[in-house]
Write a protein that binds this ligand. Structure first.
Ligand SMILES: [Cu+2]
Length: 314
């Protein structure tokens, strides 16, 4: 099921914004859908809970200073209460982030004051189970200044979200303790973009040699941090939390805490085709699904990593 969940509404003068930006309200409607989803490239189905029917949920992208006008709809056909916790928001956990029963919906607004990349996730009880079953997504808040020498325009952009997969039927208490963890999901599937380790994988990320490729990486695992490393490459720059002011240069492995996110640029050699394997260097996670192949070659699909193709799906 594909639903168009994002729409832009222009408003004028409602909120006090800097003169240099256009006052904009971004309407975001996301339904919660409890459904069976394929969790690997072979099509193995498992009962998951989702924002918008996919793991991760729809990518939300706004500019710093924009107001997000959000509506969460918990479908009547669902069995659980759910909620929305936007890490890009400053609100009241007991109000805006409160659970919503099946058949109900909830609206709230927040202004995206800080630039960067943030996770959003369900916070309903037991939170660990709701996140582990797939209730997470990404909001990118582009800096109001736009691109600069310190935050250059990339040639391509990809969103990668790493999550847990627990054995079907694992109890909420076991999930909380990480007992019963079976694999790692990258954008909802084990070895999603890794045809080297999974013969059923049909997708990989692509760029042309020498391009600046930007990754918005989100750790949606409930307990494990991620040691994010580009095998056969070096992160040219890393912006912690995606904020242009938090820059590090020439990094090999970047530690990403649970429910944290970073922005990382990779530039491959410009004079020949190469490949990178983007891994969680905690091997228990890499070898159970957390490897992504980036192919750097002159035939790279011009649409991949551009426009609305930041989360690559079939
Ligand atoms: Cu939930």
């Amino acid at each position: 099921m594909k639903t168009k969940t994002l729409a832009l509404l222009l408003t004028g003068g409602v909120f006090a914004l800097p003169l240099t930006t256009v006052a904009k309200t971004v309407k975001v409607d996301i339904p919660v859908v409890e459904k069976e989803l394929a969790v690997d490239n072979a099509g193995t189905m498992q009962a998951m809970w989702t924002f918008g029917g996919t793991i991760p949920g729809p990518l939300v992208r706004v500019k710093q200073g924009d107001v997000v006008d959000f509506t969460l709809t918990n479908l009547k056909s669902n069995k659980q209460s759910h909620s929305m916790d936007f890490h890009a928001a400053r609100v009241d956990v007991l109000d805006e982030f409160a659970p919503v029963s099946p058949g109900q919906s909830k609206d709230f607004q927040f202004r995206a004051d800080y630039p960067g990349v943030f996770i959003y996730h369900c916070g309903a009880e037991a939170m660990s189970e709701h996140i582990a079953r797939g209730m997470y997504g990404v909001i990118i808040v582009d800096p109001k200044e736009g691109y600069s020498e310190d935050y250059p325009k990339p040639d391509r952009e990809y969103v990668i979200v790493q999550g847990d997969l627990f054995k079907d039927g694992t109890t909420p208490n076991d999930i909380t303790q990480n007992v019963g963890k079976a694999a790692n999901l990258i954008n909802g599937k084990i070895f999603h973009y890794d045809p080297v380790h999974d013969q059923n994988a049909s997708l990989a990320l692509e760029s042309k040699p020498g391009e600046r490729v930007r990754f918005y990486f989100v750790n949606a695992q409930i307990n494990d941090s991620v040691a994010f490393h580009p095998i056969a490459g070096i992160w040219d720059r890393v912006w912690d939390n995606g904020n242009p002011k938090n820059v590090s240069y020439g990094m090999q492995t970047y530690d990403v805490a649970p429910a944290h996110a970073v922005t990382l640029d990779l530039i491959s050699p410009g004079d020949r085709p190469t490949n990178n394997a983007l891994v969680d260097h905690q091997m228990k996670n890499a070898q159970t699904g957390a490897i992504t192949v980036l192919m750097n070659h002159s035939e790279a699909d011009p649409e991949s990593g551009r426009g609305s193709n930041l989360i690559i799906r079939e």
